[in-house]
Structure formats: structure tokens, C-alpha cells
Design a protein around this ligand. Structure first.
Ligand SMILES: [Fe+2]
Length: 202
């Protein structure tokens, strides 16, 4: 079988451990004290400035390299000859802290190749759709096939609730939103965009 058209949603393990996440959370809350946040897709939550990967903290730098290596692995899974050294990979990252009721409205990330989200603190609340991320199939005409072949990529939407430590990576054109956090615990993620520009030969 060859997939003619598909929009993959990758879910990968970051292999970052609990000790690292505790340090990372301290740096996140410390940064929040001096950053009033941006108003983009966030509703009630805090969205930091998008220059996170330019910060000097080693925690943020490590998240950046982890996301970059995950994107490179994904590229290699499509094309084994993919060589990241031939590309100037431009990553921008930002933090989302969604308190109770916090959500993100439907959006995509133009002018990027791959986008992703690292889950740093995902409340264990699992009632309803709390904290789930929902992706919209760019091809909405598959709904009839989805009725007889559900969960084979024809469905109009996919909802997932990644666990702490996982990174969800998807083509930046895929529309997505985040359901309100029904927990009293903050939901914390770092999201990123990546643009892979081929280096000019010298
Ligand atoms: Fe997003």
C-alpha cells in the first residue's frame, strides 16, 4: 500500500526525566514573572514570547536540542538520506501555561515545516476532553469512509492526550486546538515551529 495523501501526527518520547522537568518548571515560572505574555491562540493561559530558544538557561537550550533531534529523526523516517547538516534549521519556541479553564483556539502555524509540543506537566485529570489536543483533517471529504473505516486517517478530527514527557509533532499546516484544562493543576507545554532551509553550497 502507498499512502497517496496523509497528514501524519507523530508522538515521540523525549527521554527527558523527572529531575529535568522539575528544574525546567522552576525556570518557566521564573521567566513568567518578567514576561506578561502574548495573546495568540491562548484563552486564559499564559503564552510566553516566542524567543524561548534564544534564552541562556540550559533547560531551555536542552528542550531546543531535543526538539531539533526529534524533527531530524522524523525527517529520516521519511528519507533515510536526510542529512540535517545540509540544513539551516530555524526553531522558535514558546511556553504555554494553562490554568484551570485555559485552552487554545483553533489555529495552524504558517511559514513553518513541522510544529510540535513537548508536554511538561499534563494533569492526570481525564474527564471528558480536558487538556486534549485536537487535530482537524485537512481533507474533510473522508467522513463517509471514516464511518466504515474509523481511525484509519479518514476521520475529520483526531483527539489525543499526550503524557508528560512526550512530544507531538505534526506538519505545521494542520489546524489544531486544545480543550480547556478542567484540572486545578497547571497544564504546561513548550511548543515550537521549525523551518528547514537548505544551506547554500559554498
Ligand atoms: Fe499550535
Amino acid at each position: 500500500m502507498q499512502l497517496g495523501f496523509s497528514s501524519p501526527i507523530h508522538l515521540v518520547e523525549s527521554n527527558l526525566d523527572g529531575t529535568f522537568f522539575e528544574k525546567l518548571k522552576k525556570d518557566i515560572y521564573s521567566l513568567r514573572k518578567n514576561d506578561s505574555g502574548s495573546n495568540i491562540s491562548n484563552n486564559l493561559g499564559w503564552h510566553s514570547a516566542s524567543d524561548l530558544f534564544l534564552k541562556k538557561e540550559e533547560t531551555f537550550q536542552k528542550v531546543c536540542t531535543t526538539c531539533a533531534s526529534s524533527v531530524a529523526s522524523i525527517m529520516k523516517s521519511y528519507d533515510s538520506k536526510f542529512n540535517p547538516d545540509l540544513f539551516d534549521a530555524r526553531f522558535s519556541g514558546w511556553i504555554n501555561v494553562n490554568p484551570k479553564g485555559g485552552s487554545n483556539i483553533l489555529h495552524s502555524h504558517p511559514n513553518s515545516h513541522w510544529s510540535g509540543v513537548l508536554y511538561i506537566q499534563q494533569p492526570t485529570e481525564v474527564d471528558g476532553f480536558s487538556g486534549m489536543i485536537e487535530f482537524v483533517n485537512p481533507n474533510q471529504e473522508g467522513r463517509e469512509l471514516a464511518k466504515i473505516l474509523p481511525k484509519f486517517g479518514f476521520d475529520n478530527i483526531i483527539r489525543i492526550r499526550p503524557r508528560t514527557g512526550q512530544i507531538v509533532i505534526f506538519p505545521s499546516y494542520v489546524l489544531h486546538s486544545v480543550y480547556p484544562n478542567n484540572s486545578t493543576e497547571d497544564r504546561i507545554t513548550i511548543a515550537f515551529n521549525s523551518l528547514l532551509l537548505k544551506k547554500k553550497k559554498t
